[in-house]
Ligand binder design. Structure first.
Ligand code: CA
Length: 237
């Protein structure tokens, strides 16, 4: 279970973050000021830190610097109400990996946390994902259908891997864009549709043995995409 350190002095925001993250399967250590956060960092082993920059005792950027040196391989995400670019730049210079501006949208926060932890996990530790006749080997960056390799471009592979991680689950366009393309991406999602079309085409034309069921990527209008899970479809009859 990934272990998260949340540093937030606002009780309302902190408790929402704590309960939401716990609900999504994370272990959470919540600290309300810089000093106790740094103490926690000295003794704890954290996968990711969510750090509010406006803390009551210490300067948030200084806390960020010290957390970075105490936890060199931990993902550091800054939470800030200050939208000025300078703050962001200073925050990133202080060793942060990412930032989110307040008010925090929980869906976006969870997507970012998931994306960071996935990138941080050693690829070799991840077993291949199987959905029907499709196997997606994330460590080897190889997709096969009925044992036959599906040749995909980098982003096409990332997209299929993301959908295959949660077969039968609707994944929003925003989630796909932010996790597959860029965490700070805002704008047109046309490129997503183009890539989905390419993945569908390549799955259908990969030369899998006759009778192999080609996995279906369903379009959910106004929402996103879902990789159909043949096992679930059969079970639900
Ligand atoms: Ca604050």
């Amino acid at each position: 279970m990934p272990n998260l350190l949340v540093v937030e002095d606002d009780a309302a925001i902190g408790s929402v973050l704590e309960s939401t993250l716990r609900l999504h399967g994370y272990q959470v250590c919540w600290r309300r000021d810089g000093r106790t956060a740094l103490q926690a960092a000295e003794t704890g082993d954290f996968d990711l830190v969510l750090l509010d920059l406006g803390l009551p005792d210490l300067d948030g950027v200084e806390v960020c610097r010290r957390l970075r040196s105490a936890l060199p391989s931990t993902v550091l995400v800054i939470l800030t109400a200050r939208q000025e670019e300078m703050d962001v730049v200073v925050g990133l210079d202080a060793g942060a990996d990412d930032y989110l501006t307040k008010p925090i949208r929980l869906g976006e926060l969870l997507a970012r946390v998931r994306a960071h932890l996935r990138r941080g996990a050693p690829a070799g530790a991840r077993p291949p994902v199987t959905v029907g006749a499709l196997t997606v080997d994330i460590a080897g960056r190889r997709a096969t259908l009925g044992g036959h390799e599906v040749v995909l471009r980098a982003k096409e592979f990332d997209l299929l891997a993301r959908l295959a991680e949660q077969p039968g689950v609707a994944v929003s366009r925003e989630t796909l864009m932010s996790e597959v393309w860029d965490a700070h991406w805002y704008g047109s999602t046309k490129t997503l549709d183009v890539h989905i079309a390419a993945v569908r085409r390549k799955l259908a034309a990969c030369g899998a043995p006759h009778g192999t069921e080609v996995p279906r990527i369903a379009t959910l209008r106004g929402h996103g995409y879902r990789l159909e899970d043949p096992a679930r479809t059969v079970a639900e009859g």
